[in-house]
Write a protein that binds this ligand. Structure first.
Ligand code: AMP
Ligand code: GLY
Length: 416
């Protein structure tokens, strides 16, 4: 069977690795992939999505799995379906749950799904009046995709007004900031919940937690995510039931009722305030690095993806390992601010039950080099969370490249 995975991160690498561990006979293609995915399959060059779909058709690709949101926003699912290729991911319209925060917030409001109180503005005067009606801190969000950088938590009214003004004028995020969402600040703990859907039925994966800040104790600038672990004991059964019944189920039903059937993975970024879940954001693809802890916990990932694309989730039996998984992201020297010099990666050895998922790497003469951004992710599994964390950190100590930085406190909220 031939599988094409779209994206270039450790998320996409981890999907391929989990599928390969389940079934050695799979043949992998990546577009664009990275320096390490070429060890698992073939990296493809492509000019546009039509071109990629034609290649897939001609080469009998059996299943395409979309990793990154950029492809979804451009309508890759609609294009591949037009060519009759099985593809895991939502249509361009359904992907608006992620590509427009204004669409997502309006959707939540009209479907009575719990989220922070908010206003949507294109005009600075009206935005300022709304800002003045809130108590700081105040959250200001650019409407469009900004690679995880479009959310600013302002400490004062003046700061919030400046941030909103820079967004609306196009100064900070160009077109993506021409509409802003302003919302009340929610104080609680965050969870990432992933539901895979075939449009009608869904399965929920173990609860995870990301670590978005660069530094220990959630300090420093925002990043794409510096580490994750699963299952999170912060999500007890009652909370998970509430998330399923009050957030996932009504969201999928309303998407269908509104003519935007959602197939693929719905990623709910939640804030839990006084035991109640609030939707901070939806993404329409796996989280990175959350995917790197979820994939190795799933024993039958291929059947899961196929059940989603073929509408067979109703009687699907998701098989999960009973382990905990911890992922620690190792980033390049200047991440998340600027590019970093190329640096050779050296790996001493892998502790038991551990592996690496690769992201920002290039390959030269069979050697891997850190090429910038988040470089690689050290992942370990164990029957206890603490043991999984210790193994992941043992692996980090065995990996080195010039300027490597990683957080030392992944999973701290569950282990303190
Ligand atoms: P988002 O992209 O909307 O998930 O926002 C990115 C991050 O900003 C979240 O993971 C939270 O840490 C934070 N954030 C977003 N919205 C709020 C809010 N209303 N209250 C508190 N923190 C928020
Ligand atoms: N780790 C958060 C994200 O992928 O958006």
């Amino acid at each position: 069977m031939k599988i094409l995975i779209l994206g270039s991160g450790a998320r996409e690498y981890s999907i391929a690795l989990a599928l390969k561990n389940e079934n050695k006979n799979l043949e992998f293609y990546f577009a664009p992939g990275n320096g390490a995915t070429s060890n698992l399959g073939t990296n493809l060059e492509f000019s546009d999505l039509e071109n990629l779909a034609s290649f897939s058709k001609e080469n009998s690709i059996d299943l395409c799995i979309v990793g990154s949101e950029d492809f979804l926003e451009k309508g890759v699912v609609d294009i591949f379906q037009k060519h009759g290729i099985d593809i895991f991911g939502p249509s361009k319209r359904a992907a608006m749950l992620e590509s427009s925060k204004a669409f997502m917030k309006d959707f939540l409001k009209r479907n009575k799904i719990r989220t922070a109180a908010f206003g949507i503005f294109t005009d600075i005067k009206q935005a300022s009046d709304f800002i003045k009606s809130l108590t700081p801190p105040i959250v200001v969000k650019a409407d469009g995709l900004c690679a995880g950088k479009g959310v600013i938590i302002a400490k004062s009214h003046d700061e919030a007004i400046t941030v909103a003004s820079d967004m609306l004028s196009g100064k900070s995020f160009a077109q993506a900031g021409k509409t802003v969402v302003i919302e009340e600040f929610l104080d609680g703990f965050e969870l990432s919940i992933f539901a895979l859907s075939d449009g009608d039925d869904f399965v929920v994966l173990p609860a995870t937690q990301d670590h978005k800040k660069l530094k220990d104790n959630d300090e420093g600038p925002n990043t794409g995510g510096m580490g994750a672990y699963a299952p999170s004991p912060l999500a007890n059964d009652a909370l998970l039931e509430e998330i399923k019944n009050d957030i996932i189920k009504p969201t999928l039903k309303a998407m269908k009722d509104e003519g935007n059937e959602f197939k693929g993975v719905l990623f709910a970024g939640l804030m839990i305030v006084n035991s109640k879940p609030y939707v901070l954001e939806f993404n329409v693809r796996f989280g990175d690095p959350e995917c790197e802890v979820l994939m190795p916990l799933i024993e039958n990932p291929l059947d899961l993806f196929l059940a989603c694309t073929q509408k067979k989730l109703k009687n699907f039996n998701l098989k999960l390992k009973k382990d905990f998984a911890v992922a620690v992201v190792c980033a390049s020297k200047n991440y998340p601010f600027s590019s970093s010099p190329k640096a050779e990666i050296s790996i001493k050895s892998l502790p038991k039950n551990s592996h690496i998922s690769y992201a920002g790497v290039s390959k030269e003469k069979e050697k891997l080099f850190a090429s910038g951004g988040r470089v690689l992710v050290c992942v370990a599994l164990a029957s206890e969370l603490k043991e999984a964390r210790d193994l992941a950190y043992e692996l980090c100590e065995n990996v080195s490249f010039d300027g490597m930085q990683f957080r030392k406190d992944i999973a701290y909220q569950a282990l303190r």
